[in-house]
Design a protein around this ligand. Structure first.
Ligand SMILES: C[S@@+](CC[C@H](N)C(=O)[O-])C[C@H]1O[C@@H](n2cnc3c(N)ncnc32)[C@H](O)[C@@H]1O
Length: 269
């Protein structure tokens, strides 16, 4: 089976496994609760470990696919002339507007990238960070964006080894915390190769999620796994032993392999 077909099958299975009301939601179910969790933990955090790989390309007209609450948008509006941020979740759009209030060169479009594709302009740079693994029509989207942007950076992650805390959560709260397999990094690299898109791959050193309070590690896992807050005490018993206290911070092993992939339209990767 081709990498593209395999990718689509995985995402189709994931969509079908979601509750009926979420299956028709644009953008993969970033509802009020998940958006506010993501905004709290990811909206403001430091992205320098991935941003440094594509910062030099951020200039002129920029397209951002799935900005969420704007962790990268915040950095890019400071360098670009204009950033067009295409975000389907109305809850994420709300967070983005609030977080980037005052950024006169930011244009927010409430849409999926698939629906926006006929309106794509010409961009110096495009970013798709932590979003492509949820896009079923990956071939159309990647080719469409690359056709309109000189350079596309993709930030993506997949589990290398399932961290102990996630194994514990899955064992204890199986029904709520287990979903079908999602495309992984090898799947994405296979798709890029199959599409003939020349790219460079940077492996990012980010073995931990970093928190300033121990309780935040538990709250992060609760939101990440969409667990009922009523289970918080049980969850804390699973998560706390996995946390490493270091330099006044609290580290939770991520088990993730994070990649920054730079796709050059002109093939000079
Ligand atoms: C995990 S968040 C990542 C947000 C941000 N890029 C970051 O790295 O912090 C994924 C975001 O992509 C958006 N998204 C999902 N499917 C999308 C699509 N088809 N087109 C554009 N955005 C999409 C979601 O609504 C969500 O805000």
């Amino acid at each position: 089976m081709s990498h593209i077909e395999h990718w689509k099958r995985q995402l189709r299975a994931a969509r079908i496994a979601r509750p009926a009301h979420e299956q028709t939601q644009r953008g993969g179910g970033w509802d009020a609760r998940r958006s506010s969790w993501f905004n709290r933990f990811a909206g403001q955090n430091d992205r320098s470990h991935t941003y440094r790989f594509f910062e030099p390309y951020v200039r002129g007209q920029v397209l951002e696919v799935g900005p969420g609450p704007g962790a990268y948008t915040r950095l890019m509006v400071a360098r670009a002339e204009r950033v067009v941020a295409v975000e389907p979740s109305p809850f994420m759009v709300q967070c983005l507007r609030a977080n980037l209030r005052g950024a006169a060169n930011l244009e927010i479009v409430e849409s999926t990238i698939e629906d926006y594709s006929p309106r794509l302009e010409t961009y110096d740079f495009a970013l798709a960070a932590n979003v492509v693994r949820g896009i079923e029509r990956i071939d159309e989207v990647l080719c469409g964006v690359v056709e309109h942007a000189a350079i596309l950076a993709i930030v993506t992650w997949a589990y290398d080894t399932l961290p102990e805390w996630l194994q514990g959560v899955r064992a204890q709260f199986a029904q709520s915390a287990r979903g079908p397999d999602m495309p992984n990094n090898a799947d994405l690299l296979g798709v890029l190769q199959e599409l003939g898109l020349p790219h460079q791959v940077h492996r990012v050193d980010a073995p931990y999620h970093v928190f300033s309070r121990l309780e935040d590690a538990v709250l992060w896992v609760e939101g990440y796994c969409s667990l009922d807050p009523a289970w918080r005490e049980q969850l804390a018993q699973i998560v706390t032993p996995c946390v490493i206290e270091q330099g006044g911070g609290f580290l939770l092993p991520s088990g993730r392999e994070t990649l920054v992939i730079i796709v050059h339209r002109e093939g000079n990767a």
